[in-house]
Design a protein around this ligand. Structure first.
Ligand SMILES: C[S@@+](CC[C@H](N)C(=O)[O-])C[C@H]1O[C@@H](n2cnc3c(N)ncnc32)[C@H](O)[C@@H]1O
Length: 193
């Protein structure tokens, strides 16, 4: 896919978020001016950190599609499932998939903790839950050899320490592109402590 096609799709996606945000609250209203400079930029950074990812990709708690839709735009080679339990957000995501022509992307409108295990090669999540809870969600749906890509805010080191009480895992932290204190956590080898 050419760069211009990607640029067009990202612009169309930003327009969809702006159109539907007042009705469905897809991103915090206070950050609506930062769709390109923060929300999409952070999600593209995640896709870059995961450039060697292959196979299936599951985005948990996708909301308005961050980072799931952006990863789908950047990586049309991946089979992507976005898990989102809110029916109106899931409907938004299905509409965005159709309008943007994201042929390999699907929505699963179910709760993460009761959906059938997805055995994904890659899992992403952003603004979904504190890391100890998130690890249980990830462990349910990640293949044993898979990689989790978790976007975490300023408190990420404390969350890692808390999660290590219950879980063992390998961690590589990538510094956020938009906030020097935030990070993308690349996590493998998850098992109960
Ligand atoms: C704070 S929003 C973040 C959305 C998006 N990842 C982002 O960064 O903009 C969390 C989303 O996860 C969904 N969610 C929360 N708990 C869930 C669960 N147990 N199963 C499925 N979806 C869930 C919510 O409906 C919501 O859309």
């Amino acid at each position: 896919m050419s760069v211009s096609r990607e640029t067009e799709q990202l612009a169309a996606y930003a327009a969809l978020l702006r159109k539907w945000n007042p009705a469905i609250n897809l991103v915090a209203m206070s950050t609506i001016d930062q769709i390109e400079t923060r929300h999409i930029k952070d999600s593209l950074h995640l896709a870059e950190a995961a450039e060697n990812a292959r196979g299936s990709w599951v985005d948990l708690g996708s909301g308005g599609g961050l980072p799931g839709i952006v990863v789908a735009i950047r990586r049309p080679d991946l089979e992507i499932i976005m898990v989102e339990s809110d029916q109106r957000k899931a409907a938004f995501l299905r509409n965005a998939i159709r309008e943007l022509g994201l042929m390999r992307t699907k929505v699963l409108c179910e709760r993460i903790e009761t959906a059938n295990r997805l055995d994904a090669a890659n899992i992403s999540a952003r603004a979904l839950a504190p890391l100890p809870q998130l690890m249980a969600y990830v462990e349910r749906h990640l293949s044993p050899s898979g990689t989790a890509w978790l976007m975490k805010g300023r408190n990420w080191q404390a969350e890692v320490s808390q999660a290590q009480l219950d879980w063992k895992f390998n961690l590589k932290a990538h510094k956020s592109a938009t906030d020097p204190d935030a990070a993308i956590l690349e996590i493998t080898g998850i098992r109960h402590a």
